[in-house]
Design a protein around this ligand. Structure first.
Ligand code: NI
Length: 158
């Protein structure tokens, strides 16, 4: 198990656009495993490669249903709306209200370089949007309604 250092908001690496991954090399596989370990250790539901200082289009997510690895992910379809609390491992202990789609369909490569489609609702839809935005240098704080706060006010309220 290898943990990587999670970059904190204010670090320039979190503002940069990430590059596509052309091939799943042993080094990329190692990065994927390290990112999963780092996400679980930090009790997060998602982690994007730039958060560990790597400018590649790679995301890991686990909303409690097992790990999902997204390589070069792209949002293909969204439906509906949900408004609720969001946080980020690059800004620990802070939360903000963000409106996201209720349903998101994503296209990405899996670890075997197969193009796959994944669908998510509620928390998974939120995680897809949040993590994919990291790959273009964006953080959820750009979209919050109201102020950042230190505790969760409501459980995924609609
Ligand atoms: Ni984040």
């Amino acid at each position: 198990m290898a943990l990587r250092n999670i970059r904190q908001m204010g670090d320039e690496v979190l503002k940069k656009k990430c590059r596509e991954i052309k091939e799943v090399t042993p080094r990329i596989r190692e990065l994927i495993e390290d990112m999963k370990d780092t996400m679980y250790e930090a009790n997060g539901v998602g982690l994007a490669a730039p958060q560990v200082g790597i400018l590649k289009r790679l995301v890991v997510i686990d909303v409690g249903e097992g790990p999902i690895v997204l390589i070069n992910p792209r949002v293909k379809e969204t439906r509906g709306e949900q408004t609720g609390e969001e946080g980020c491992l690059s800004l620990p202990g802070k939360f903000g209200i963000v409106t996201r789609p209720m349903y998101v369909k994503v296209e990405a490569w899996n670890e075997n370089m197969e193009l796959v489609e994944l669908e998510g609702e509620e928390l998974l839809a939120r995680a897809f949007c949040h993590e994919i935005e990291h790959l273009d240098g964006h953080m959820y704080v750009e979209k919050i309604e109201g102020e950042l706060h230190d505790v969760v006010y409501e459980e995924d309220g609609e």
